[in-house]
Design a protein around this ligand. Structure first.
Ligand SMILES: [Zn+2]
Length: 403
């Protein structure tokens, strides 16, 4: 605990009386609980007041004023903190909170999940981040809305087209948007989810991350401009009925979209001719609502993991595929291609750095490590073989793993 710590007991954490004097904090589901007694009820008001806005020393001063035993209060706070029930809000995070009771209520719902991973100002990182979503479609718009609602400060959706009836999706464009410019309708969708998010357009080189949401953007030569601008980019889309999330490309560090295309070419020399046809025009809206929304949510998790720096996203050098009917995530790896000049290097992306989806946080994502060739890309156990990428078109080939 540092002086900057502002203890937060999330409002949704149960405080339950146990007998006449004891209080149980949490512990009603699979999570940890702490039983405070024998005089727990006297602390209940203090615990409920831990809203993250007061430094711990101020909390203790108030405890003194209320006649509570300071040593007991410190022990309880330490115990709750050790159990993971008490979170510490960094003062820097408080400074970037939007003003007003409605904004505070929205933030209160988002903050605990963001803070639980690390003890540093991840909320500030999100609030100061700018993300571009390229493609106002059935994945891109709900994804943009989720990112904005999750605290990303600036979210710009770009799309030169007009909304069609089939673009409507829960959390995205609506039936009433048909015929409107997609970019404007997408901005409205983001505003519905998060009224105070900055929606001004962002150029690629000013963005922290660009999401490529058009179905075949990964094979589109236009996407190379994002790579040339040295901007991290993530593919998140639905092709036909299948949700595709990844790869997340950190230029010069991880394998790139051209690496993946070269692997496809190796597997089928006709691929460049086929890809040119796929990228020539946007396909019609597709994907079941549940596929589109799960794709958007999975992609949002990858974006937030990257922006927060809390864990290496699973999609570094890999794609997660969500295929009906079960939509169970499967991972397909795309190592750097030796013929690609992107600078990722053939060895650098062969480790299994995936953590976010697998629930194993701890690997260091790019942007946190001083070395952009971070260890996250190298030191995990899974070893790739070239065969992994020789069958990129098979639904359940050896290049896939359950996540
Ligand atoms: Zn490459």
């Amino acid at each position: 605990m540092t002086d900057a710590a502002h203890p937060l007991l999330p409002a949704a954490t149960p405080l339950l009386r146990d007998g006449a004097a004891a209080v149980q904090v949490g512990g009603v589901d699979s999570g940890a609980g702490v039983l405070i007694g024998p005089d727990g009820t006297g602390l209940a008001a203090l615990l409920r007041g831990l809203d993250g806005r007061r430094a711990q020393r101020a909390v203790l001063s108030d405890a003194d004023r209320d006649g509570l035993d300071r040593a007991s209060v410190v022990r309880v706070l330490d115990g709750l903190r050790a159990a993971g029930l008490l979170l510490d809000v960094d003062a820097a995070d408080l400074l970037v909170a939007d003003a007003g009771p409605a904004a505070a209520a929205r933030t209160a719902a988002e903050l605990p999940a963001a803070l639980s991973a690390v003890g540093r100002p991840v909320w500030r990182a999100r609030r100061s981040a700018a993300v571009v979503v390229d493609g106002a479609n059935r994945v891109g718009v709900p994804l943009a809305a989720v990112l904005a609602a999750s605290g990303v400060g600036r979210v710009s959706v770009r799309d030169p087209g007009l909304a069609a009836a089939g673009d409507a999706v829960v959390g995205g464009l609506t039936a009433a948007d048909e015929g409107r410019p997609r970019a404007l309708a997408a901005a409205d969708a983001v505003r519905r989810a998060s009224p105070l998010t900055d929606l001004r357009p962002v150029s690629d080189d000013a963005a922290d991350l660009v999401v490529l949401a058009r179905p075949w953007a990964a094979s589109d030569p236009l996407a190379a401009a994002v790579h040339r601008a040295q901007v991290p980019h993530l593919v998140a889309t639905v092709r036909g009925e299948v949700g595709i999330i990844g790869p997340l490309v950190v230029p010069g560090v991880t394998s790139c979209l051209r690496c993946a295309d070269l692997h496809r070419r190796d597997a089928d020399p006709r691929w460049p001719r086929l890809a040119a046809q796929l990228t020539a025009a946007d396909p019609p809206p597709s994907g079941a609502t549940v596929t589109c929304l799960l794709t958007a949510a999975t992609a949002a998790l990858q974006v937030l993991a990257y922006l927060d720096g809390t864990a290496a996203p699973a999609t570094l050098g890999a794609t997660v595929e969500l295929r009906p009917p079960d939509l169970r995530p499967r991972l397909r790896r795309w190592p750097a291609h030796p013929a690609c000049g992107c600078g990722a290097g053939y060895e650098n992306t062969q480790g299994d750095q995936a953590a976010t989806l697998a629930g194993e946080p701890g690997a260091t994502p790019p942007g946190v490590t001083g070395s952009r060739q971070g260890q996250w890309a190298a030191d995990r156990a899974h070893q790739l073989t070239r065969d992994d990428t020789a069958t990129p078109f098979r639904a359940r080939g050896p290049g896939e793993e359950d996540v």
